[in-house]
Design a protein around this ligand. Sequence first.
Ligand SMILES: NC(=O)c1ccc[n+]([C@@H]2O[C@H](COP(=O)([O-])OP(=O)(O)OC[C@H]3O[C@@H](n4cnc5c(N)ncnc54)[C@H](OP(=O)(O)O)[C@@H]3O)[C@@H](O)[C@H]2O)c1
Length: 194
Amino acid sequence: MSTENTADAKAFTEELAGSVTGVGLVWAQTSGGVIGKDGDMPWNLPEDLLHFNRLTMGHPVIMGRKTWLSFPDKYRPLPGRTNIVITRQKGWGESPEAEGAVVVPSLDDALLESQFVDGGETVWILGGGEVFRQSTDLANVAVVTTIDVEADGDTFAPELGETWEAATAVPPDGWLTAANGTKYRFTKWVRTAG
Ligand SMILES: NC(=O)c1ccc[n+]([C@@H]2O[C@H](COP(=O)([O-])OP(=O)(O)OC[C@H]3O[C@@H](n4cnc5c(N)ncnc54)[C@H](OP(=O)(O)O)[C@@H]3O)[C@@H](O)[C@H]2O)c1
C-alpha cells in the first residue's frame, strides 16, 4: 500500500470513528456482495481488520451467534468493546461458547443493552447476513469495505435500498492497494429517510 493510500485510509476511518453516533453497520464484501463462506470470510486483508478495530474500538458491538462463533477463540470477545450476541436459543448464554459475550434474545434487546455500556452513543452492528437484513431500517450509517476479488460465498451483504445513499468513498474512484496487493475501497453510506 502506498504511503498516500495509507494516510487517506487512516484519515477516513479516524474521521468516522470521531463523528458517527447512533447505530452503524460495518462490513466487508467482495464486489459481488459476498460477505461470508463456510463461517469465514474468503479474503485476507489485514488493512481492513485495522480499519474495523479503529472504527469500533470503545463502543458496543452487536452480532448474531454465527458471527460470534466465526471469530477464532483468541479474538473472542473483541477487546475494548462490549460484545453483545443475539440468539433465539434459550440457555446458550450459559454455554462455554458464549463466554465473554453479553447474550440477549433479540435485536431490540441488544440495542437496549448497548445503551447501558461504555461508548453506547455509537453502537456498531457487525452482522452477519441474517442480522444485517434486520438492521437496514434502524441504522443511520453503513461503513462498507469493498474488496476487488471474485469469490463464491453463502452469505451476502444486505441490500441498501433507496433510502440509503453513498456519501463518501476512499478513494473516490478506483482502489486502494493493500500490502499483499489486494485492491479495496471504503464507502460511507448514510440513510436519508425511512
Ligand atoms: N464480511 C463481513 O464483514 C462479515 C461480517 C459478519 C459476518 N460475516 C460472515 O457471515 C457469516 C455469518 O452470518 P449468518 O447470516 O450466517 O449468521 P449471523 O447473522 O451472524 O447469525 C445468525 C444467528 O443469529 C441469531 N439471530 C439472528 N436474528 C435474531 C433475532 N432477531 N433474534 C434472536 N436471535 C437472532 C440466531 O442465532 P440462533 O441460531 O442461536 O438462534 C441466528 O442463527 C459468516 O460466514 C461470517 O464470517 C462476514
